[in-house]
Design a protein around this ligand. Structure first.
Ligand code: SF4
Length: 296
């Protein structure tokens, strides 16, 4: 796994040897997972009635200050497991009836995931594989997984680089995420369903952040102008202020219902045909998973 000896798996391009050092994401040359279970709170076409077989990887290459999963993304909660155990977990989730395997924050683990999928597929894994990420990806690293991923589920967080810099400490979020999303589209195409369940394709998420209505509209404009109409867009309002946001008082509050409704109307009136929106009351900590090593 040469990629980990000079790590460039994400646009941070730390170029460090993960066997002896750690980069921005703090992930070593090993797999660390915080939870693996059937998850019912994804989009209806992903969770369905049986649930999505969700594997939450520890740490994150983006690390937003407002992250809803702080316990794992910033605090490093999780357990180190082998590639073989990761493949077993995938098969166990399939056995439990999962509609899919949902890899959450997979980016620093791309090479391990490829190896685990090879083993699991030989062992009978045949449900769709979802790559569920922050969108801050290197196109070249994504190509490692070409043919392994059925559904890409990236976020597209900000358009203006000043917000990426302020809240995620990257100057090129939109530049990298927009290119990565086009590579994801190239790999899996537009959504294909079996009944109500998504089997293949690209679906994009945008979490609205308090005070960023103008920026959110630019994100929606990009989606409309650059992705096929068939691609689903989930405009999310579940933002909840968690963690230490004392230095960011402007986002240390709930989202405005009026802003969310304005954004939804903007998306619909500008041509978004396939998408999801959330019940405004979902902006609560009730929907933040309890990380407890279950299934690991
Ligand atoms: S995956 Fe981690 S170590 Fe590798 S380039 Fe990204 S932040 Fe750096």
């Amino acid at each position: 796994m040469n990629e980990l000896f000079e790590c460039e798996l994400c646009p941070r391009n730390c170029k460090i040897n993960r066997s002896i050092d750690t980069g921005y994401c703090k992930v070593k040359n090993e797999i660390k997972v915080a939870k693996a279970s059937l998850h019912m709170w994804e989009e209806p076409c992903i969770s369905g009635e049986n649930g999505s077989g969700t594997i939450f990887f520890t740490n994150c290459n983006l690390g937003c200050v407002f992250c809803q999963n702080h316990q794992i993304s910033h605090n490093g909660y999780g357990m180190v497991i082998s590639v073989e155990r990761l493949s077993e977990i995938m098969l166990e989730l399939q056995e439990q009836g999962a509609n899919n395997i949902n890899l959450v924050t997979p980016t620093p683990y791309i090479t391990f995931i490829k190896d685990a999928l090879d083993i699991a597929k030989r062992g009978g894994l045949n449900i769709p594989i979802i790559y569920n990420s922050s969108g801050y990806e290197n196109e070249e690293a994504l190509k490692i997984l070409d043919g392994y991923i059925d559904i890409y589920l990236p976020d597209i967080k900000y358009y203006d680089s000043k917000y990426g810099l302020k809240y995620s400490k990257v100057s090129d979020y939109f530049q990298k995420a927009s290119k990565a999303i086009l590579e994801m589209l190239r790999q899996v195409g537009v959504p294909k369903f079996d009944g109500k369940i998504l089997k293949k394709g690209l679906m994009v998420r945008h979490l609205m952040i308090p005070g960023l209505l103008f920026d959110s509209k630019k994100v929606i404009d990009w989606v409309i102008n650059n992705l096929p109409k068939e691609v689903y867009l989930n405009i999310m309002c579940q933002y909840t202020p968690v963690g230490d946001l004392n230095n960011y008082p402007e986002i240390n509050r709930k989202l405005s219902r009026k802003h969310y409704e304005t954004l939804l109307n903007y998306a619909i009136s500008n041509g978004v045909e396939n998408g999801f929106f959330q019940d405004f009351d979902s902006s609560t900590t009730r929907y933040i998973p309890n990380f407890d090593l279950k299934g690991v």
